[in-house]
Design a protein around this ligand. Structure first.
Ligand code: E4P
Length: 217
Protein backbone atom coordinates (compact mmCIF):
# COMPACT_ATOMS: atom_id res chain seq x y z
CA UNK A 1 0.00 0.00 0.00
CA UNK A 2 1.36 3.41 -0.94
CA UNK A 3 1.19 6.28 1.54
CA UNK A 4 0.54 9.73 0.13
CA UNK A 5 0.69 12.82 2.34
CA UNK A 6 -2.39 15.02 2.07
CA UNK A 7 -0.71 18.34 2.77
CA UNK A 8 1.41 21.23 1.53
CA UNK A 9 3.37 21.40 4.78
CA UNK A 10 6.98 21.15 3.60
CA UNK A 11 8.42 20.25 7.02
CA UNK A 12 5.91 17.43 7.60
CA UNK A 13 6.34 16.07 4.06
CA UNK A 14 10.14 16.12 4.47
CA UNK A 15 9.94 14.35 7.83
CA UNK A 16 7.62 11.64 6.52
CA UNK A 17 9.79 11.21 3.43
CA UNK A 18 12.90 10.80 5.58
CA UNK A 19 11.16 8.16 7.71
CA UNK A 20 10.13 6.31 4.54
CA UNK A 21 6.41 7.04 4.78
CA UNK A 22 5.85 9.34 1.83
CA UNK A 23 5.30 7.70 -1.55
CA UNK A 24 3.69 10.83 -2.97
CA UNK A 25 1.66 13.89 -2.03
CA UNK A 26 -1.87 15.14 -2.69
CA UNK A 27 -2.98 18.75 -2.56
CA UNK A 28 -6.23 20.51 -3.35
CA UNK A 29 -7.19 24.19 -3.63
CA UNK A 30 -8.18 24.30 0.07
CA UNK A 31 -4.82 22.86 1.17
CA UNK A 32 -2.98 25.39 -1.04
CA UNK A 33 -5.09 28.27 0.37
CA UNK A 34 -4.33 27.09 3.92
CA UNK A 35 -0.58 27.03 3.18
CA UNK A 36 -0.73 30.71 2.21
CA UNK A 37 1.95 29.96 -0.40
CA UNK A 38 2.22 30.48 -4.14
CA UNK A 39 0.63 27.43 -5.82
CA UNK A 40 3.32 26.66 -8.39
CA UNK A 41 6.17 27.43 -6.03
CA UNK A 42 4.93 25.09 -3.31
CA UNK A 43 4.16 22.27 -5.81
CA UNK A 44 7.68 22.63 -7.22
CA UNK A 45 9.16 22.41 -3.75
CA UNK A 46 7.13 19.31 -2.87
CA UNK A 47 8.07 17.65 -6.17
CA UNK A 48 11.74 18.06 -5.26
CA UNK A 49 11.24 16.24 -1.93
CA UNK A 50 9.51 13.12 -3.24
CA UNK A 51 10.04 11.30 -6.53
CA UNK A 52 6.44 10.03 -6.21
CA UNK A 53 3.38 11.61 -7.78
CA UNK A 54 2.37 15.02 -6.48
CA UNK A 55 -1.26 15.85 -7.25
CA UNK A 56 -1.90 19.44 -8.31
CA UNK A 57 -5.53 20.32 -9.03
CA UNK A 58 -6.95 22.20 -11.98
CA UNK A 59 -9.50 24.91 -11.20
CA UNK A 60 -11.14 25.33 -14.63
CA UNK A 61 -14.67 24.01 -15.06
CA UNK A 62 -14.59 23.14 -18.77
CA UNK A 63 -12.62 20.30 -20.33
CA UNK A 64 -10.54 22.35 -22.79
CA UNK A 65 -9.35 24.72 -20.10
CA UNK A 66 -8.70 21.82 -17.69
CA UNK A 67 -6.47 20.21 -20.32
CA UNK A 68 -4.64 23.51 -20.82
CA UNK A 69 -4.15 23.91 -17.06
CA UNK A 70 -3.07 20.28 -16.76
CA UNK A 71 -0.42 20.65 -19.46
CA UNK A 72 0.79 23.83 -17.74
CA UNK A 73 1.01 22.12 -14.34
CA UNK A 74 3.02 19.28 -15.87
CA UNK A 75 5.72 21.80 -16.78
CA UNK A 76 6.44 22.36 -13.07
CA UNK A 77 8.00 18.89 -12.63
CA UNK A 78 7.96 15.41 -14.14
CA UNK A 79 6.18 13.91 -11.12
CA UNK A 80 3.19 16.27 -11.18
CA UNK A 81 -0.06 14.32 -11.36
CA UNK A 82 -2.97 16.36 -12.72
CA UNK A 83 -5.95 16.30 -10.37
CA UNK A 84 -9.33 16.63 -12.06
CA UNK A 85 -12.84 16.80 -10.59
CA UNK A 86 -15.26 13.95 -11.23
CA UNK A 87 -17.54 15.85 -13.57
CA UNK A 88 -18.38 15.23 -17.23
CA UNK A 89 -15.73 17.78 -18.21
CA UNK A 90 -13.23 16.35 -15.74
CA UNK A 91 -13.70 12.90 -17.29
CA UNK A 92 -13.25 14.28 -20.79
CA UNK A 93 -10.06 16.07 -19.72
CA UNK A 94 -8.93 12.84 -18.05
CA UNK A 95 -9.32 10.90 -21.32
CA UNK A 96 -7.39 13.50 -23.30
CA UNK A 97 -4.54 13.85 -20.79
CA UNK A 98 -4.33 10.08 -20.20
CA UNK A 99 -3.92 9.51 -23.95
CA UNK A 100 -1.00 11.97 -23.81
CA UNK A 101 0.58 9.86 -21.06
CA UNK A 102 -0.12 12.42 -18.33
CA UNK A 103 -0.75 10.89 -14.86
CA UNK A 104 -4.19 11.85 -13.58
CA UNK A 105 -6.00 11.75 -10.25
CA UNK A 106 -9.79 12.00 -10.54
CA UNK A 107 -11.04 13.50 -7.31
CA UNK A 108 -14.28 14.09 -5.40
CA UNK A 109 -15.54 10.56 -6.07
CA UNK A 110 -18.54 9.55 -3.97
CA UNK A 111 -19.99 6.57 -5.86
CA UNK A 112 -18.86 3.31 -7.43
CA UNK A 113 -20.37 4.35 -10.77
CA UNK A 114 -18.25 7.51 -10.78
CA UNK A 115 -15.18 5.35 -10.11
CA UNK A 116 -16.12 3.04 -12.98
CA UNK A 117 -16.28 6.01 -15.37
CA UNK A 118 -12.92 7.35 -14.19
CA UNK A 119 -11.31 3.95 -14.88
CA UNK A 120 -12.93 3.87 -18.35
CA UNK A 121 -11.37 7.29 -19.02
CA UNK A 122 -7.91 6.01 -18.14
CA UNK A 123 -7.42 7.69 -14.75
CA UNK A 124 -4.17 6.78 -13.00
CA UNK A 125 -5.87 7.24 -9.61
CA UNK A 126 -9.45 7.51 -8.41
CA UNK A 127 -9.94 9.38 -5.14
CA UNK A 128 -13.02 8.27 -3.18
CA UNK A 129 -13.57 10.58 -0.17
CA UNK A 130 -14.21 8.39 2.86
CA UNK A 131 -14.43 11.00 5.62
CA UNK A 132 -16.88 13.23 3.78
CA UNK A 133 -19.23 10.24 3.30
CA UNK A 134 -18.87 9.29 6.96
CA UNK A 135 -19.74 12.90 7.87
CA UNK A 136 -23.15 12.25 6.29
CA UNK A 137 -23.53 8.95 8.18
CA UNK A 138 -22.86 7.02 4.94
CA UNK A 139 -20.31 4.20 4.68
CA UNK A 140 -17.08 5.41 3.05
CA UNK A 141 -15.38 2.06 3.47
CA UNK A 142 -18.19 0.23 1.67
CA UNK A 143 -17.48 2.50 -1.31
CA UNK A 144 -13.79 1.51 -1.33
CA UNK A 145 -14.81 -2.15 -1.17
CA UNK A 146 -17.29 -1.77 -4.07
CA UNK A 147 -14.69 -0.02 -6.23
CA UNK A 148 -12.13 -2.74 -5.42
CA UNK A 149 -14.59 -5.42 -6.58
CA UNK A 150 -15.49 -3.58 -9.80
CA UNK A 151 -11.87 -2.84 -10.72
CA UNK A 152 -10.82 -6.43 -9.98
CA UNK A 153 -13.76 -7.83 -11.99
CA UNK A 154 -12.46 -6.15 -15.13
CA UNK A 155 -8.74 -5.77 -14.42
CA UNK A 156 -8.82 -1.96 -14.46
CA UNK A 157 -5.38 -0.57 -13.70
CA UNK A 158 -6.65 2.65 -12.11
CA UNK A 159 -5.36 2.75 -8.54
CA UNK A 160 -7.79 3.31 -5.68
CA UNK A 161 -6.47 6.30 -3.74
CA UNK A 162 -8.48 6.41 -0.51
CA UNK A 163 -8.85 10.08 0.41
CA UNK A 164 -10.44 12.20 3.11
CA UNK A 165 -8.89 9.95 5.75
CA UNK A 166 -9.63 11.46 9.12
CA UNK A 167 -8.36 8.91 11.65
CA UNK A 168 -6.21 5.83 12.14
CA UNK A 169 -9.18 3.47 11.86
CA UNK A 170 -9.86 4.80 8.37
CA UNK A 171 -6.23 4.03 7.49
CA UNK A 172 -6.41 0.48 8.85
CA UNK A 173 -9.75 -0.26 7.19
CA UNK A 174 -8.47 0.99 3.82
CA UNK A 175 -5.57 -1.43 4.08
CA UNK A 176 -7.93 -4.28 5.01
CA UNK A 177 -10.20 -3.73 2.01
CA UNK A 178 -7.27 -3.36 -0.40
CA UNK A 179 -7.02 0.32 -1.33
CA UNK A 180 -3.86 0.72 -3.45
CA UNK A 181 -2.97 4.06 -1.90
CA UNK A 182 -4.18 6.16 1.00
CA UNK A 183 -3.65 9.84 1.39
CA UNK A 184 -3.81 11.21 4.90
CA UNK A 185 -2.83 14.36 6.77
CA UNK A 186 0.61 14.07 8.47
CA UNK A 187 -1.06 14.02 11.90
CA UNK A 188 -2.94 10.81 11.09
CA UNK A 189 0.17 9.07 9.68
CA UNK A 190 2.18 10.00 12.79
CA UNK A 191 -0.67 8.80 15.03
CA UNK A 192 -0.50 5.38 13.35
CA UNK A 193 2.91 4.88 14.99
CA UNK A 194 1.62 5.48 18.49
CA UNK A 195 0.35 3.02 21.11
CA UNK A 196 0.07 3.51 24.88
CA UNK A 197 1.49 0.03 25.50
CA UNK A 198 4.54 0.80 23.33
CA UNK A 199 5.23 3.90 25.46
CA UNK A 200 4.67 2.00 28.70
CA UNK A 201 6.82 -0.96 27.61
CA UNK A 202 9.64 1.28 26.43
CA UNK A 203 9.75 3.28 29.63
CA UNK A 204 9.96 0.01 31.67
CA UNK A 205 12.77 -1.28 29.42
CA UNK A 206 14.69 2.00 29.83
CA UNK A 207 14.29 1.98 33.59
CA UNK A 208 15.55 -1.62 33.87
CA UNK A 209 18.42 -0.94 31.46
CA UNK A 210 19.52 2.05 33.52
CA UNK A 211 19.70 -0.18 36.62
CA UNK A 212 22.29 -2.41 34.87
CA UNK A 213 24.72 0.52 34.55
CA UNK A 214 25.77 -0.78 31.10
CA UNK A 215 26.04 0.99 27.72
CA UNK A 216 25.51 -0.37 24.22
CA UNK A 217 28.46 1.44 22.66
C1 E4P B 1 -7.54 14.24 -1.30
O1 E4P B 1 -6.94 14.28 -2.35
C2 E4P B 1 -8.15 15.40 -0.66
O2 E4P B 1 -7.20 16.43 -0.73
C3 E4P B 1 -8.43 15.20 0.81
O3 E4P B 1 -8.20 13.86 1.21
C4 E4P B 1 -9.74 15.73 1.27
O4 E4P B 1 -9.86 15.51 2.66
P1 E4P B 1 -10.95 16.24 3.54
O5 E4P B 1 -12.30 15.68 3.21
O6 E4P B 1 -10.55 15.93 4.95
O7 E4P B 1 -10.87 17.70 3.22
Amino acid sequence: MKFFVDSADIDAITELHDIGLCDGVTTNPSIIAKSGRDFKEVIKEICAITPGHVSAEVVAMDAAKMVEEGRHLRKIADNVCVKLPLTKDGLKACSILSREGVPTNVTLCFSANQALLAAKCGATYISPFIGRLDDLALDGMELIQDIRTIYDNYGFETEILAASIRNINHAKDCALVGADVMTAPPKVIFQMAGHALTDKGLSAFMKDWESTGQSVI
